[in-house]
Ligand binder design. Structure first.
Ligand SMILES: [Mg+2]
Length: 428
């Protein structure tokens, strides 16, 4: 079973926690508090006056003249978020932060600890108490259900400070009180499609034929709605990419040149970085696999904090190769007997899971990396480089990589290597 924890009016409540004066008052958290600023988070009190997320501050002040506009303090919210996640992790190893103020606690691996609904209700109340221990003004709504979607739906049923449960026994009664657009993930467009197919209530959605739903939604998404409302799990599936691998067979010329081998080694690491950036994932494990012409292999893998940087992977692997050489009287693993090199990354976490846990610096770095790739894609791979790419004396190697990066989309890379045995910038 799943617990879904949703903090009530999170940003505003954090401000009220921090400043006693704000408690009980309508508060509107804004990025900018000038006349044209917009409310990004109204407090529970402000919501009672009709103040909504996205409303212009000017309009909100007219609805609620006592509204206290405040600028955001993102560091404050992140700090509370981290503390809340730590509370949740006391009770389950499977905690999935969904946003800065929402998390899923998956209890399916803790069946011996939480045997029945009463145990889970006790846990939910304990979590509420622990969160009040972080800050006495912090409130959350908790939903309990057999899958993540229904747990989220349950957490929406009672606000603030709610605790709701959806079971096979009460689901029909719960759904009968709701409109289609009350279901998280159903907005007007989807709702209209369903209504056009004669499915105009959540209850009808639950009992509709999956095949009909697929047609109505014009995609497999329709079938997911059938699963969600009938207790199957479709929202906790992990990233479809279990691992990524970049491999290269080396030609005779490449084998003979230590510089070529090094270039290919670096290119493979950077290629995986590019793919991880594209997929928005970070690896918690990476490794290297060198195949030799005599059939021997050398393998290494390393577990680490989530990373995306190809340069970090390269330097970590390089350090292992250097260590091997040191221990073997200077005998390098990257010699002319090599047949191929493979680098792999695995055990991914996604950016959205990671970002809320990270400090701002890292988030900025992630944005920077993405922006760098966008610019390279637009203007050419050699137009923008990281200083370290030059500083470390690898400019030549990266030049090759750069060329390879930009041809990747134009040619079959294996073919390219086979034909020319050289990685060069096609624009040269
Ligand atoms: Mg919330």
């Amino acid at each position: 079973m799943i617990l879904f924890i949703d903090m009530n009016s999170f940003f505003a409540t954090c401000e009220q926690q921090y400043n006693y004066y704000l408690r009980g008052r309508p508060v509107g958290v804004c990025v900018y508090t000038g006349k044209y600023g917009a409310i990004i988070a109204p407090s529970i009190e402000a919501k009672r006056f009709g103040v909504k997320t996205g409303m212009r501050l000017n309009d909100a002040m007219q609805l609620c003249p006592d509204l206290v506009p405040l600028e955001t303090n993102s560091g404050r919210y992140r700090e509370v978020h981290v503390k809340i996640m730590n509370v949740l992790r006391k009770y389950s190893g499977d905690v999935i932060p969904k946003s800065i103020d929402e998390a899923i606690v998956d209890l399916q691996h803790h069946k011996h600890l939480y045997k029945n609904l009463d145990d889970m209700k006790r846990l939910a109340n304990q979590i509420k108490e622990d969160i009040r221990g972080i800050g006495d003004y912090l409130k959350c709504s908790i939903g309990i259900a057999p899958n993540a979607f229904l747990a989220k739906l349950a957490s929406d049923l009672q606000k603030p400070d709610g605790l709701s449960i959806i079971t096979p026994e009460n689901i029909d009664e719960v759904l009968s009180r709701l409109k289609l657009t009350d279901l998280p993930g159903i907005a007007d467009a989807m709702s209209n499609r369903l209504i056009n197919a004669g499915i105009d209530t959540p209850l009808k959605l639950r009992y509709a034929d999956p095949a009909v739903l697929k047609v109505a939604c014009q995609s497999i998404v329709g079938v997911y709605w059938h699963y969600r409302l009938n207790f199957s799990e479709v929202d906790l599936s992990s990233n479809p990419y279990k691992n990524m691998q970049a491999m290269r067979q080396l030609s005779r010329e490449q084998r003979a040149s230590p510089e070529s081998i090094e270039n290919i080694f670096i290119a493979l690491c950077m290629k995986l970085e590019k793919r991880m950036v594209a997929q928005g994932v970070y690896c918690k494990e990476f490794g290297m696999n060198i195949a030799y012409q005599n059939g021997q292999r050398w393998k290494y893998s390393s577990k680490n904090a989530p990373i995306q940087e190809g340069t970090v992977i390269y330097h970590t692997l390089k350090a292992q190769l250097d260590k091997y050489a040191k221990e073997h009287g200077g005998k390098t693993l990257l010699h002319e007997g090599i047949a191929g090199i493979g680098i792999n990354v695995s055990d991914f976490v996604t950016a959205d899971v990671l970002q809320v846990e990270l400090f701002e610096d890292n988030v900025k770095k992630d944005h920077l990396r993405k922006a760098v790739y966008d610019l390279k894609d637009r203007f050419g791979y050699d137009k923008l480089m990281r200083a370290m790419e030059l500083k470390e004396g690898h400019s030549a190697a990266y030049q090759d990589l750069i060329g390879f990066g930009s041809i990747k989309d134009m040619y079959n890379e294996e073919e390219w290597v086979k034909n020319g045995n050289k990685i060069q910038n096609p624009e040269d």
